[in-house]
Design a protein around this ligand. Sequence first.
Ligand SMILES: *[C@@H]1O[C@H](CO)[C@@H](O)[C@H](O)[C@H]1NC(C)=O
Ligand SMILES: *[C@@H]1O[C@H](CO)[C@@H](O)[C@H](O)[C@H]1NC(C)=O
Ligand SMILES: [Zn+2]
Ligand SMILES: [Zn+2]
Length: 310
Amino acid sequence: MAFKIFLPISLIFLIFILLAPIGHAKRSTPSDKTSSPFDFIKKLKGCHKGNHTKEIHELKAYLEKFGYLKYEDKTHATNDDFDDTLESAIKTYQKNYHIKPSGIVDDKTISKMTTPRCGVPDIVNGTNYMQPRGKKHTPGFSNIHTVSHYRFFPGNPRWPSSKTHLTFRFSPNFPVSAVAPVARAFHKWDLATHFTFAQVGANQNSDMIIEFHRRNHGDGASFDGPGGVLAHAFAPTNGRFHYDADERWSIGSVAGAFDLETIALHEIGHLLGLGHSSVNAAIMFSGIGAGQIKNLHNDDIQGIRALYGR
Ligand SMILES: *[C@@H]1O[C@H](CO)[C@@H](O)[C@H](O)[C@H]1NC(C)=O
Ligand SMILES: *[C@@H]1O[C@H](CO)[C@@H](O)[C@H](O)[C@H]1NC(C)=O
Ligand SMILES: [Zn+2]
Ligand SMILES: [Zn+2]
């Protein structure tokens, strides 16, 4: 497996200690190429209903992948007609990401849509679970700080209430250097919730498993190479959490790379039953910039407390 981990300059000395034991880890230099599977969206700048641009079918596939669009008639899914359904899907996306719902592929929409993100859809089976809950809400997100924005998966799947101690393991070929950041992420969730977590051996049974995969890896949610989708995880009580092995991963903030611990905090949220939040600062927000470090937010912790009634 091609595998890259980048460290801040201050930790460069550690590279030798951390990466030396990993036989299959490929040392590679960061390239200047910053292309992403989401780059096609930039070509749609200014597009609106009635346009026919050859990347429109790709935008339909993107919105379908993340839960915003579902055509009954597959010919509409694969053509380049900017139709009513696409316009309405874009408006829903814009509302979820606090952009004026114009239905036009404007700069702000392009900027959000091209941000690297988690592969878990924002909407599952038509449940727009990023929309704020609570009747105090008024349009325009004016009271954004007074309502909760966390979301659950449809049907609120969760671990049984008697099961507060959860075990996790790493796949046998998991890079040694990536274990500590994931363990730290579990520890942060441990401190913030009623759950306790413990690592078990790679060949033992566990509630959760963390692995690196690339492209199609047999779970119906293919990764897409460098950039684009970074990782994904499944709702309770599935327990699977996958990193995209084609990304440039880092321990800490490194330009052009993604922090293993930050992404683990997010994916563990899914393992525990949280969906995507519309709060930018929440760990459960879908998108993340390269070099960005995030921590658990009140919205995330409130979400777990609400889901488990504690
Ligand atoms: C979209 O259609 C308008 C006409 O309605 C045209 O002027 C514009 O160039 C088209 N934009 C793109 C990106 O194709
Ligand atoms: C979505 O709905 C389909 C049928 O309508 C069902 O089979 C599937 O389990 C649902 N998925 C979720 C995540 O609820
Ligand atoms: Zn996610
Ligand atoms: Zn997977």
